[in-house]
Design a binder for this molecule. Structure first.
Ligand SMILES: [Mg+2]
Length: 326
């Protein structure tokens, strides 16, 4: 495929975020109005062309290859960013009190004491039946991770996602905390640091977090999920801070997993992190349920969110370079 085939179908938008994520205040996205429906290409700006090209493969699949529709609703976790503990109850109320909550921990701007306070506030708000996941985005060292998890042991955690970045550290941590009944989930390990075969061989996790766009599309993600399920791991589908167009792909993946009896709450309730969306009927979540809606790009929203000429040119050039890599 040539860029001349895609550029007439492309829209570059810049969407303000409601909460800053990874230092970002806006999410830039190139949308493609494909014959199979709209498609999202939104690799983060700092990613190199090789990585962005994998995301492009996913977008081209969404735009040009037929696929089965997503289920009409999907169970999702709520997400609590690294905010102060006092903000937790209000944030959970604003997303309709989901039963599963993922709490961001570690990284810049938070300390272990802050993390413990934040997670305790989530437990207090959810009550004993709520389910809590942590996500450290690989920010802890092995010893920090073990220390943090032991500090939060009594808060009844389901799993800790990417506690450390190194795969062998993660395997060692999993051994150290195995008696606590807290599982380890791999997120960045699968795609940025290693592949699924390496992760399985390292016995580094109990759960894998799979994101369709970074893995190169729905078919590629199904293959990864198949290997994970065969190895006895559980699979959680998550988003990469995408618009409803990208979230829909995740919902399709959840549908595939449901057919195989896999039922963990997905990380697709992220639409509320975007101040605006690009479709007529955005896919918001409330009370832990994501309502999946058909995708129709809204021309008024596209023009209101259109990126400036300089950023549009940057994306068009990125598209050209990444297409050459496919
Ligand atoms: Mg994660």
């Amino acid at each position: 495929m040539q860029s001349n085939d895609i550029l007439p179908l492309a829209h570059v938008v810049s969407i303000p975020l409601t909460t800053s994520f990874r230092g970002l205040t806006h999410r830039e996205v190139l949308l493609i109005e494909g014959p199979q429906g709209p498609a999202e290409w939104s690799p983060f700006l700092e990613y190199d062309d090789a990585e962005a090209a994998t995301w492009l493969r996913a977008a081209l699949e969404q735009a040009f290859e037929p696929s089965s529709p997503a289920p009409s609703s999907v169970r999702v976790n709520g997400t609590i960013p690294a905010v102060a503990a006092e903000q937790v109850a209000g944030l959970l109320a604003s997303i309709g009190m989901p039963t599963t909550v993922k709490v961001k921990v570690g990284g810049p701007g938070t300390t272990l004491a802050d993390d413990v306070d934040r997670v305790r506030a989530v437990r207090d708000a959810l009550g004993p039946t709520g389910r809590i996941r942590l996500d450290a985005n690989g920010s802890w060292t092995l010893d920090e991770a073990e220390h943090a998890i032991r500090d939060m042991e009594l808060l009844d955690l389901d799993y800790v996602e990417q506690p450390v970045s190194d795969l062998s550290d993660m395997a060692e941590l999993r051994r150290r905390i195995s008696r606590l009944g807290i599982q380890v989930a791999a997120d960045e390990s699968i795609r940025r640091f290693a592949d699924i075969d390496t992760v399985i061989a390292a016995e580094a996790c109990d759960v894998v977090v799979l994101k369709v766009q970074p893995l190169g599309g729905l078919e590629a993600t199904k293959q990864v999920a198949q290997k994970a399920l065969q190895a006895g791991l559980e699979v959680v589908v998550s988003s990469a801070l995408e618009t409803s167009v990208g979230l829909y792909r995740g919902a399709q993946m959840v549908g595939w997993l449901e057919e195989r009896g896999s039922v963990l709450d997905a990380g697709l309730g992220t639409q509320s992190f975007l101040a605006h969306d690009v479709v007529s009927d955005p896919m918001g979540a409330s009370g832990g349920i994501l309502t999946v809606t058909p995708l129709t790009l809204d021309p008024e929203k596209l023009s209101a969110l259109r990126a400036d000429d300089e950023r549009t040119t940057w994306w068009h050039q990125r598209l050209e370079r990444c297409l050459a890599l496919l």
